[in-house]
Write a protein that binds this ligand. Structure first.
Ligand code: MIG
Length: 827
């Protein structure tokens, strides 16, 4: 048992204590101020605990600091006048091995040191300062304000650095850098939201701070309405607050942004590998019906040779908006329709809203009432709100029995042939926009109101759906798309950014929102391509589909009663652009799928702001470049987001960059201007980068690619690329049935050496040719060898051997993929 140490004032020089009090005259209030915040005051005693320290601070609170890993600790305020349970749903690994710490009582302060971080705890008053190993202050409680509470509200104020930047907070509007605004977490149905609207659908109370070039993260583990003031209306601090529940946050060390996101997703979970078809192009509208219309749509894709994998059924497929039913007129034989679509290579995703029509003749409503599955008012009356089906009940997804019941119905639909599920309206939204706060959910016996549960509703619904599908078919990867969610929701569902607008503003906003979600642990994100509200001009649609190519989730969708919004709806020129763009998406699948695997392993985004890889370059933070992004580490994309624009200024970070359209090489560390006619999205390959692609297909599962292409921009160093492949549908990869092939390309004094090496050989993608496309090769090679034996000059583009294109400066080398290791030398 740890001993309790009195924190006597004698430990501090009395004059210093006075000065500290004077400086922080708000702090040591023994009695609460009559109206306003009570601030955490002086240390009264402390106790060393296993992985941290427990502080008793005036007036009437305990502050617990507990290290989770050497680079992450948790801070929890426990007020004597409140009894708050801590939020558990988002966390997958809050408890780990004990962390070795050094601890010292230095008189005026306590010092807690892990291998990575030093937490200095001021005693009078209780305040935390966090330093990294270099001594850089990453975070410091505001000396005067620190921690405070007012009624149920709890808040932490921390000093703000003059240049400090903030990223993340999940799905937020505004700029990529979130500084200078106050952000609220309260899941909201925000039809036609604007570029500044806040809050919108998701709540992810996690942000990344960047201070003196070093990143840290703070995850506020609280699902109540939370607020993040990132230097809004003041020049002194940033603060974060919760309207109820405990002040409970995790501090995460960087110093790289990628380190923060990796640790944050170790804490809240990482996305499972999706079925590979979910990386394909997806077509939606509100709504495609009847069945004949859906088939016509599917046939049109195939006839026009525009690749696509998924068709969505929005609310009109149901019988009077009753979930888990089919409209008998519009969809008389859903199993037959689904089978036909399946035979054409189409998957179907159906919308599922949480509202269950209050209809005594409807089995789901009856089952729900009988099973006690619906949320209630505190007096026991079942809550009824109005939404699409009219008066509706709402499932209590915090109950395990309700999750099981709901998940069972989802699984029945899957058994019928539905491939994925689209969870909408799960903020939860009701007409009147005010889901009553007093309505209760079981919440593990706590009987919590919406004040705590509202922001968790979408998360829990997706969880119920995911678990239901896993239970029913443990070997098939679920696909779930959700509108609302919370931190940790990445474990269950992809996210789309809701009811955006067909405007140029929204094309740009969507990129920023996707980047913010990706930085917040949610890599599988997309926008309604073309815009949901309204109708895009052909040019806007073309530019949006070009962004869609690189969006992890790539779906066109539009509202009811808008004009057609299919790839062929905007004239032949744009149809060709759409076909080219979507075809490029399918070519990129080997690269993209590998990035999904990386996301699954490390939590890293697929779409990355430039600063993800170039954190130290000040130019990448400039707002004018915030719509450029990296796809993985090797591909830089600078989409056009302005009407009429045909030339694009692109900032290229340090290194060298190959323009994939013109073969021109640019030195990095400068902005360049490139041509961007409507049919072109500027794309650059990093020096040392390797981009694997495949033959285009009409849908993901159509056939295995007979050729694996590798675009290579050789440099004296190599970034290398570890290509990941598996069957794309099952969990066999968890039992080793996958393949990782490492590729490296290095430019040396004697030439270029390209290495292919199997790193894990548990899956066979079939026989194929490898086609290297080595770019920026200045002269025809004297010799090209494969494993020491000379390769011939090829007689055709299909044949084994090499061909040098002097005009484009591209050397193509083709050979059969074979064995565990192959080496190509170009001299
Ligand atoms: O009240 O299901 O964001 O994608 O098409 C609107 C109809 C309900 C909102 C979703 C949108 C969907 C629409 N839904």
């Amino acid at each position: 048992m740890a001993t309790v140490h009195p924190a006597t004032a004698a430990a501090m020089h009395p004059a210093m204590a006075r000065a500290a009090r004077a400086a922080a005259h708000l702090a040591p209030a023994a009695r609460p101020l009559p109206a306003g915040y009570t601030f955490l005051g002086d240390l009264e005693s402390y106790e060393r605990t296993d992985s941290g320290v427990l502080l008793r601070c005036a007036p009437g609170a305990a502050l617990r600091i507990r290290f989770v890993t050497p680079g992450m600790f948790r801070v929890t305020l426990d007020r004597d006048d409140r009894d708050e349970s801590l939020l558990a749903y988002p966390l997958v690994a809050a408890e780990r091995e004990p962390v070795a710490l050094r601890f010292e009582d230095e008189g005026e302060r306590l010092v807690l040191r892990s291998e990575r971080l030093t937490v200095v705890i001021g005693k009078a008053p209780c305040r935390l300062t966090v330093r990294d190993r270099d001594g850089t202050v990453l975070s410091r409680d505001d000396p005067g304000l620190g921690i405070g509470w007012d009624g149920n509200e709890v808040r932490n104020w921390k000093t703000i650095g003059p240049e400090e930047r903030f990223f993340g907070l999940g799905e937020k509007t505004g700029d990529v850098d979130k500084r200078g605004r106050e952000w609220v977490m309260w899941n909201s149905d925000t039809y036609a939201y604007g570029p500044e609207t806040d809050p919108v659908y998701q709540s992810i109370p996690f942000f990344i701070g960047l201070r003196e070039g070093k990143a840290y993260g703070i995850y506020l583990n609280n699902s109540h309405r939370t607020t993040f003031n990132l230097g809004a209306g003041n020049h002194r601090y940033y603060s974060f607050a919760a309207a109820g529940g405990a002040l409970d946050y995790f501090f995460i060390e960087g110093p790289r942004i990628a380190d923060v996101v990796s640790a944050y997703t170790a804490l809240t979970g990482r996305p499972p590998l999706p079925p590979k078809w979910a990386l394909g192009y997806q077509q939606s509208r509100w709504s495609y019906y009847p069945a004949a219309e859906v088939l016509r749509l599917a046939r049109t894709f195939r006839e026009k040779r525009i690749p696509a994998d998924v068709i969505y059924l929005d609310v009109h497929y149901m019988d009077g908006y009753r979930v888990f039913t089919w409209d008998p007129e519009r969809f008389p034989d859903p199993a037959d329709l689904l089978a036909t679509l399946d035979s054409m290579g189409f998957k179907v995703v159906t919308i599922i809203d949480p509202g269950v029509k209050a209809d005594s003749a409807y089995a789901i409503a009856r089952e729900g009432l009988d099973g006690g599955h619906f949320v209630r008012y505190p007096d026991g009356e079942v809550y009824i709100g109005s939404v699409w089906p009219g008066k509706s009940y709402f499932p209590d997804f915090s109950r395990p029995e309700t999750q099981e019941w709901w998940g069972g119905h989802v699984a029945e639909m899957a058994a019928l042939g539905v491939d994925g599920f689209w969870n909408d309206m799960n903020e939860p939204a009701v007409w009147g926009k005010a889901f009553p706060l007093e309505v209760l959910m079981e919440d593990g016996g706590l009987e919590s109101s919406q004040k705590k549960m509202h922001n968790l509703y979408g998360f829990l619904m997706a969880q119920a759906t995911y678990r239901g599908l896993r239970r029913a078919d443990p070997d098939r990867r679920p696909f779930i798309l959700t509108r609302a969610g919370f931190a940790g929701g990445q474990r269950y569902a992809a996210v789309w950014t809701g009811d955006n607008v067909a405007s140029w503003d929204h094309l740009a906003l969507g990129i920023r929102m996707m980047l913010g979600l990706g930085l917040s642990g949610v890599p599988f994100v997309g926008t309604d391509v073309g815009g949901f509200v309204g109708s895009p001009a052909p040019e806007l649609f073309a530019r949006w589909i070009q962004v869609g190519v690189f969006s992890p989730f790539f779906r066109t969708h539009t509202a009811a009663n808008t004009p057609a919004q299919e790839p062929w709806s905007f004239g032949e020129y744009v149809e060709d652009i759409a076909r080219e763009s979507i075809t490029l998406r399918y070519r990129l699948l080997p690269y993209l799928y590998t990035l999904f695997r990386e996301a699954n392993r490390t939590g890293s985004p697929i779409l990355r702001p430039l600063f993800w890889h170039y954190q130290a370059d000040p130019a990448v933070y400039r707002p004018e470049y915030q719509h450029q992004f990296l796809v993985g580490a090797h591909l830089l994309v600078a989409p056009v987001i302005r009407e009429g624009q045909r030339r694009q200024e692109v900032y290229l970070p340090a290194g060298r960059w190959l323009d994939l359209h013109t073969e021109r090489v640019y030195e990095g560390g400068q902005a360049v201007v490139v041509d961007a006619p409507l049919e072109r999205v500027p794309m650059f390959l990093a020096a040392g980068g390797i981009l694997p692609t495949q033959e285009p297909v009409q849908y993901v599962g159509e056939r295995a690619s007979r050729t694996l292409f590798l675009d290579i921009f050789p440099a004296p160093w190599t970034q290398g690329f570890d290509l990941y492949e598996d069957d794309g549908v099952s969990y066999d990869h968890e039992h080793g049935e996958y393949r990782v092939t490492r590729f490296e390309a290095v430019q040396g004094a004697e030439g270029i050496t390209i290495l292919r090496e199997l790193r894990h050989d548990g899956y066979d993608p079939g026989d194929r040719t490898v086609e290297l496309r080595v770019h920026a090769v200045g002269r025809a090679p004297a010799a090209v060898t494969l494993d020491g034996a000379p390769l011939p000059q090829a007689t055709s583009a299909e044949a084994r051997g090499y061909i040098y294109d002097a005009e484009r400066r591209v050397l193509t080398v083709r050979f059969r993929e074979a064995g565990a290791r192959q080496e190509v030398r170009i001299r």
